[in-house]
Design a protein around this ligand. Structure first.
Ligand SMILES: Nc1ncnc2c1ncn2[C@@H]1O[C@H](COP(=O)(O)OP(=O)(O)O)[C@@H](O)[C@H]1O
Ligand SMILES: [Mg+2]
Length: 228
């Protein structure tokens, strides 16, 4: 079953600024898909469309075969809870510890305290941050901060992980660690969508690549390479 489907999606910002033009693709449950394009190509816009944070100018977007454009706002927020987001700037809570950063995500979901106490250490263990449980974000390296962001994205058991240039601020070593983590998450059956303009990541992954240029999908390959 496809989990995300774009059907002839066009996105035009004001002043006739055409960002995406007649884009169609499907992502199947459990796939690992990279979205590739130069800076300004529309990768973040495409992700915001998936999350329903932007509306397409024309065309339709489906999540689990339901048209996002026709979802009530309660259904839309329910859908967003099925998606874990990871971003270039980590989006951590600087006044909270590593433990609290993850626990907070569960608290706002209304999770029971015993569930929080059980799951937070588990997810921190899985991403290799058990030793830093009481540290604050500014006491972590960039790679550790992004791994914490991954833990936050994972803790509510989403179906899809969307990572928008998650390695944009990382050195090659930490980049490798974060990408390896995304691959591991994908192996557990979750769909992973990764936007990047890092050639090396793409060529190493050997997974499906959708390349966007001038608002169009110029390539969609099962074992893609970085060509632009
Ligand atoms: N809210 C907005 N209003 C107008 N233009 C926007 C808006 N958001 C993004 N853009 C423009 O859309 C283009 C694509 O941006 P973006 O999706 O962020 O690209 P990428 O993530 O690939 O770097 C850019 O030219 C950007 O200036
Ligand atoms: Mg972007």
């Amino acid at each position: 079953m496809n989990i995300i489907k774009f059907e002839n999606v066009t996105k035009i910002y004001e002043l006739d600024n055409v960002i995406l033009q007649d884009i169609s693709f499907e992502i199947q449950e459990g796939e690992f898909v990279s979205i590739v394009g130069k800076s300004g190509a529309g990768k973040t816009t495409l992700i915001r469309l998936i999350l329903g944070l932007e509306k397409p100018t024309s065309g339709n977007i489906f999540f689990n075969e339901i048209n996002i454009g026709q979802m009530q706002s309660s259904h839309l927020s329910q859908m967003r809870r099925r998606i874990g987001g990871i971003y270039q700037d980590y989006k951590l809570l600087s006044a909270k510890t590593v433990y609290e950063n993850v626990a907070y995500i569960m608290e706002i979901e209304g999770k029971a305290n015993e569930e929080i106490v059980r799951d937070v250490p588990k997810v921190l263990e899985a991403i290799g941050l058990s030793q830093k449980i009481n540290n604050f974000p500014h006491e972590l390296s960039g790679g550790e901060q992004q791994r914490l962001a991954v833990a936050r994205a994972l803790v509510n058991y989403p179906d899809v992980i969307i990572a928008d240039e998650p390695t944009g601020n990382l050195d090659p070593y930490n980049t490798f660690e974060v990408i390896a983590l995304l691959e591991k998450i994908n192996k557990t059956g979750k769909t992973v969508i990764l936007s990047t303009h890092d050639r090396e990541i793409i060529n190493k992954l050997g997974k499906r690549v959708i390349t966007i240029e001038d608002g169009k999908i110029i390539r969609d390959e099962v074992k893609g390479r970085f060509i632009i």
